[in-house]
Ligand binder design. Structure first.
Ligand code: SF4
Ligand code: SF4
Length: 306
């Protein structure tokens, strides 16, 4: 049996995974060895996915596991300037490569999937696309990959988005964007619109509080905005990123992007949750002030969670 560790290249954490081990996102696993064969018991979705992908060892254990499914207004993603007034079938799985202490979806983002991996939660790409087609009559325009970090399981996003486009469905990604460029370039041709978090403009905040990497997020945004409709979201957390100086840096950055002044920015209000309960909700006056400041630089600025 091969006992060599493999390195995952999906995000900057670059996890080294011995056979059987799962990465920091808790969703990518080294299946090297007997676990990933054509007769892997109890995990037919992994087996089926292996037929689609030449798996070298590391593969998402959340492939085809849908923990949340809802037909949401597109504005809830949030996307304000992409097919306004429409609905989108929104699917989430488990796992995330960041560790935001204020995560609203921590029950799935921090899960290793042990409570979710079962046939009951399994939806193949074909099955999810079929549901999306069947809900067109209720105003559905496509599929949004959201709730947890979809790109730690990018193979499922890719397989499903390709099929969705064949059925003339729109595809949307809601992501923190802390994903390496080769993965972005593989997936983005099959995505129509994204909401990407730009959670801070400080490296130390990404590194020490969120467990991510600002340069990778910037690179992801810069790639995505040349290929897809992009909207950005900044959650304003008291004491973390609520200064006029940081909002000015964020606006300077956005305007430096191709057609940057046209990129919508969502400025959202923080509420205490998960592991961040040591501070109050963001003052409404702070949000309104940052909205005013950003509106002087960008054409489309929206407030959220107000
Ligand atoms: S995607 Fe997951 S396993 Fe891969 S490097 Fe990032 S945290 Fe590690
Ligand atoms: S990136 Fe999103 S899903 Fe992941 S921990 Fe942060 S808030 Fe939660």
């Amino acid at each position: 049996m091969n006992t060599a560790s493999l390195q995952c290249n999906v995000c900057p954490h670059a996890c080294m995974l011995p056979p059987g081990a799962t990465g920091r996102c808790r969703a990518r696993k080294n299946y090297t060895g007997k676990e990933i064969t054509s007769d892997t018991p109890g995990m037919p979705w992994i087996r089926d996915a292996c037929h689609r992908h030449p798996v070298s060892g590391i593969f998402p254990s959340n492939y085809g596991i849908v923990t949340s499914l809802a037909l949401d207004p597109i504005e809830k993603k949030p996307l304000k300037l992409f097919c306004p007034g429409s609905y989108i079938l929104s699917a989430g799985s488990f796992g995330c490569n960041l560790g935001c202490p204020f995560c609203q979806n921590h029950s799935i983002s921090t899960s290793d999937g042990s409570e979710f991996v079962s046939e009951d939660n399994r939806l193949t790409p074909e099955e999810l696309v079929r549901i999306a087609v069947d809900t067109k009559s209720r105003g559905n325009i496509g599929i949004a990959f959201t709730y947890n970090e979809p790109l730690v399981g990018y193979e499922y996003v890719l397989d499903t988005a390709r099929l969705a486009h064949e059925q003339s469905l729109k595809t949307v990604l809601v992501t923190a964007g802390c994903i390496n460029k080769p993965v972005a370039k593989q997936v983005l041709p099959y995505i129509d619109a994204l909401n990407i978090d730009l959670k801070s403009f400080r490296n130390d905040v990404y590194r020490n509080i969120l467990g991510g990497d600002l340069d990778t997020v910037r690179s992801f945004i810069e790639t995505a905005c040349t290929m897809c409709h992009v909207e950005l979201t900044t959650l304003i957390v008291p004491g973390m990123n609520d200064t006029e100086e940081e909002m000015t840096q964020i606006c300077d950055y956005i305007t430096s992007l191709p057609n940057g002044a046209d990129i919508p920015l969502h400025i959202s209000r923080f509420f205490p949750r998960h592991r961040m309960t040591d501070r109050p909700p963001t003052d409404v006056s702070t949000i309104l002030n940052l909205h005013r400041l950003a509106s002087a630089r960008l054409k489309h600025v929206f407030t959220g969670n107000m």
